[in-house]
Design a protein around this ligand. Structure first.
Ligand code: SF4
Length: 147
C-alpha cells in the first residue's frame, strides 16, 4: 500500500486548537487503500491542546492574543517533513484552511473569518520539498488522480 500523510484531526484525533477533532469519514475510509501516517504539526511543534487559535500574518504565525508562535509552527512543519522523508511518503491529505495544514486558501490573520490565497506553514514546506498536497476539500480530485 502507498503511504499518505494525513492531518490527524481529519482522522478523528482531538488535536485541534479547541480540543476537538474534525473527523471526516471519507478521509478515514482511505485506510483501505493507503497506509495512513497521521501528523498534527501544531502538536509536533510543541504547542498544547487546547490552545488559542492562530493565523498567518506578515510572514509569521500569531495567536489571537498576539503571541508569536512562528517557531513552533516551523518546528511542526520540519518534523512533518522529516516523517514524510523518512517513511518515503510522496503525498499528503491535509486539513483545509489551517495555518499549518491548509493549501491554497488560509485565514488572513485578522481572526474575522476572512480568507486569502496562501498555504499553511507545513503544507508550504511539504510542497517546497516535492510532496503533493491535497485537502479534504479536494477529495474528488485526489480520487481522480489516484484512481
Ligand atoms: Fe489538524 Fe493540522 Fe491543526 Fe493539527 S495542525 S489540528 S492536524 S489542522
Amino acid at each position: 500500500m502507498k503511504k499518505l500523510l494525513v492531518s490527524a484531526c481529519l482522522l478523528g484525533c482531538r488535536c485541534r486548537y479547541d480540543g476537538k477533532s474534525c473527523a471526516n469519514e471519507n478521509v478515514i475510509a482511505l485506510k483501505d487503500r493507503y497506509e495512513l501516517i497521521p501528523v498534527c504539526p501544531e502538536q509536533l511543534g510543541g504547542l498544547p491542546t487546547p490552545r488559542n487559535p492562530s493565523e498567518r500574518k506578515d510572514g509569521g504565525v500569531f495567536m489571537n492574543d498576539g503571541t508569536d508562535v512562528t517557531k513552533a509552527y516551523r518546528k511542526g512543519a520540519a518534523e512533518s517533513l522529516y516523517l514524510a522523508r523518512t517513511l518515503g511518503v510522496q503525498k499528503a491529505l491535509l486539513k483545509a484552511k489551517s495555518p499549518s495544514c491548509g493549501k491554497g486558501l488560509i485565514y488572513d490573520g485578522s481572526f474575522t473569518g476572512k480568507k486569502i490565497e496562501g498555504n499553511g506553514v507545513t503544507a508550504e514546506l511539504l510542497l517546497e520539498n516535492g510532496i503533493e498536497v491535497f485537502t479534504e476539500d479536494e477529495l474528488a480530485v485526489f480520487a481522480e488522480e489516484n484512481a
